[in-house]
Design a binder for this molecule. Structure first.
Ligand SMILES: C[S@@+](CC[C@H](N)C(=O)[O-])C[C@H]1O[C@@H](n2cnc3c(N)ncnc32)[C@H](O)[C@@H]1O
Length: 251
């Protein structure tokens, strides 16, 4: 795994990431995490949350209010700079952003957090590191702590339902792309059964799991009709999809 290539790539996309990646997924992502966030809110407040591979602060925005202290860890200074601007703009004073490798951070912080989030990160580390990283997340959590993960998953060639492909062709995602000339980082969707087995093997009990297709917004601020259509497309193809999300508890 070439970490310097990953850092260069994420530095080069940091200014555009929210527009290119987060905005087109806003409606679908909100629905993806809603049940897990409700469950976490029922157990909040947490003393310490860690967001691994925090990027521009996506999960800090979604879940940070559930914790008294939040630490975002990322090895890309560019992504962290964008996250810092977001935290300042939103007046999030208890957010600490740390540059470094997430495995080094976890090794230095055993028995530290009540909630760890890692979204779109593990597939950058590769299948071979899954057991090692999930065991490190388990050690970083206090007894009864929670982990919320979401990753792209696939067993082979991705065959998206035709209705979703048609919808996505007219979406914000189809109109937006990165301008970077940097080489793509090493990343690949994870085999879903392998990921789930690694979560359980690490000592976590899955509490809520969801598998969804990425169905993108057509508008920046989708109204209720558009959100309903996105939800309907996802419901029609429920149980399959490119994204697997899992809320699990340290057993
Ligand atoms: C696809 S982005 C996801 C960002 C964010 N979690 C989100 O949901 O929008 C992956 C992030 O993981 C970071 N990353 C990848 N490998 C890492 C590692 N070994 N240590 C720390 N950060 C890492 C990248 O710099 C990037 O910001």
């Amino acid at each position: 795994m070439d970490l310097s290539k990953d850092i260069r790539y994420h530095d080069s996309i940091a200014d555009e990431y929210d527009q290119v990646v987060l905005a087109p997924r806003e409606a679908a992502t909100r629905r993806l995490f809603a049940p897990a966030l409700r469950r976490l809110a029922a157990n909040a407040p947490f003393a310490q949350m860690i967001d691994l591979g925090c990027g521009t602060g996506h999960m800090i925005r979604r879940a940070g209010a559930l914790a008294t202290r939040v630490t975002g860890v990322d090895h890309s200074p560019g992504m962290l700079a964008t996250a810092r601007r977001m935290a300042e703009a939103q007046g999030l004073r208890e957010v600490h952003l740390e540059q470094g490798d997430l495995e080094d951070f976890l090794a230095a912080h055993p028995d530290h957090a009540d909630l760890v989030t890692a979204v779109g990160v593990l597939h950058h580390l590769g299948e071979d590191s899954l057991d090692r990283v999930l065991a490190a997340i388990h050690r970083s959590l206090r007894p009864g702590g929670w982990v919320l993960l979401a990753e792209p998953v696939a067993d082979g060639p991705i065959v998206e339902p035709a209705a979703i492909t048609r919808w996505n062709q007219a979406s914000l995602a189809a109109r937006r792309g990165y301008r970077t000339a940097e080489e793509d980082p090493d990343e690949a969707p994870l085999p879903p059964a392998l990921l789930r087995a690694a979560i359980v093997r690490a000592g976590f009990a899955p509490v809520h799991e969801r598998r969804r297709w990425e169905v993108y917004n057509h508008c920046e601020q989708p109204g209720w009709v558009e959100r309903l259509r996105i939800e309907w497309l996802q419901w029609r193809h429920r149980g399959t999809g490119f994204i697997y999300a899992c809320l699990a508890r340290k057993a």
